[in-house]
Design a protein around this ligand. Structure first.
Ligand SMILES: Nc1ncnc2c1ncn2[C@@H]1O[C@H](COP(=O)(O)OP(=O)(O)OP(=O)(O)O)[C@@H](O)[C@H]1O
Length: 325
């Protein structure tokens, strides 16, 4: 969907993008970075709205520097900042955007009604947007990005300014854009946690440089663990201890948790491939279940726990600091 090669953007006082090379495939991709990391700059260059200082960017196989118009025909864009005219209704605005994208009048009206319904705007769509809540404005911005049925949408901080419930709704909507319509999504946020929930792949940038580009499974699968809670039995008055010893005897890495809980490392020992990691976790599940049954313990709960991306990054940061010191 998107390829950049040594993409660099220099402003007089700051380098917003620094030799960024990424390759983004179909699906939902989260672009994460602190404020000022260069996310909006990247989006503007991809759309052909700002020139790069050096390097190249291609979107849907087209060159952003020379084919911006053709790219924007097939790509939707939800800008970060409030950009809606206050005295027109959502319907009028989205119809206008659909017409700008080249849809004939009748299909522009039909697509507008469908899209506004999809984002959850109903009767309010006939009211002037100046009176809308932030959540409603974000929905209109998403609707105008989708109205011309693009292959890809670039969403710049779509959860900005939303309360937790609004944030959840927006994230659900974004996931559905891909799941129901097959539209690929590049969505930015400074919050790792929220992108982790909806993305297939995450790209992390910092100071305009690429820190990581990886599938969510790759980020978190390698550190997945199982929390297993068991009862005691007459034969094993300390059930958790008995389970821990039995698992260790079978070569599984297990540690004692609090109370009757045992944590079992469910990661693939010698592979980074997501599919293999998943299969490996399944095998660990089976061994744990059979061991609990063989010991005659009661199984209260067995739960897979993926590390949150933020924890993985914290570990990365600790590693880097260790290297430096
Ligand atoms: N037009 C501009 N002129 C000068 N500097 C700019 C311009 N646009 C962005 N910058 C600077 O480039 C850097 C990256 O900005 P950018 O807006 O791309 O970051 P961001 O990751 O989108 O952050 P935010 O979410 O805060 O917008 C920042 O230091 C910003 O101040």
């Amino acid at each position: 969907m998107i390829q950049t090669e040594s993409l660099t953007k220099r402003y007089p006082k700051v380098t917003a993008l620094d030799r960024l090379t990424v390759d983004i495939e179909p699906g939902v991709t989260g672009l994460v970075g602190a404020n000022g990391a260069g996310k909006s700059t990247l989006i503007k260059i991809l759309l052909g709205l700002a020139p790069a200082s050096e390097g190249t960017a291609r979107v849907l196989g087209k060159d952003s520097a020379h084919e911006g118009g053709a790219i924007r025909e097939q790509v939707g864009y939800m800008p970060e900042h409030d950009c809606l005219p206050p005295d027109v209704s959502a319907t009028e605005f989205v119809v206008h955007m659909a017409r700008m994208a080249g849809l004939p009048r009748t299909s522009a009206r039909e697509r507008t009604a469908d899209t506004l319904r999809h984002v959850g705007l109903h009767e309010e769509r006939y009211r002037p947007m100046g009176g809308y809540s932030t959540g409603m404005k974000q929905r209109v911005k998403l609707a105008q990005a989708l109205v011309h049925d693009p292959r890809l949408v670039l969403l710049d901080e779509p959860t900005n300014g939303l309360d937790p419930a609004g944030r959840d709704e927006m994230l659900g909507l974004i996931r559905r854009v891909h799941a129901e319509f097959g539209i690929s999504v590049l969505v930015t946020s400074h919050l790792l946690g929220e992108l982790e929930r909806i993305s297939d792949h995450v790209v992390v940038i910092d100071g305009g440089k690429l820190l990581r580009s990886q599938s969510i499974g790759g980020f978190t699968g390698a550190t997945a663990s199982l929390a297993v809670e068991v009862t005691d039995s007459d034969a094993h008055p300390d059930g958790a201890r008995a389970l821990l010893d039995a698992l260790a005897a079978q070569g599984l890495a297990a540690t004692a948790g609090t109370g009757h809980v045992v944590h079992v490392d469910a990661s693939a020992p010698d592979t980074n491939a997501d599919a293999d990691a998943g299969a490996d976790a399944d095998r660990v599940y089976d061994v744990v279940r059979d061991t609990v049954a063989d010991l005659g313990l009661g199984l209260i709960r067995m739960e897979q726990r993926r590390h949150r991306i933020a924890e993985v990054f914290q570990n990365d940061r600790n590693d880097r600091e260790e290297v430096r010191s």
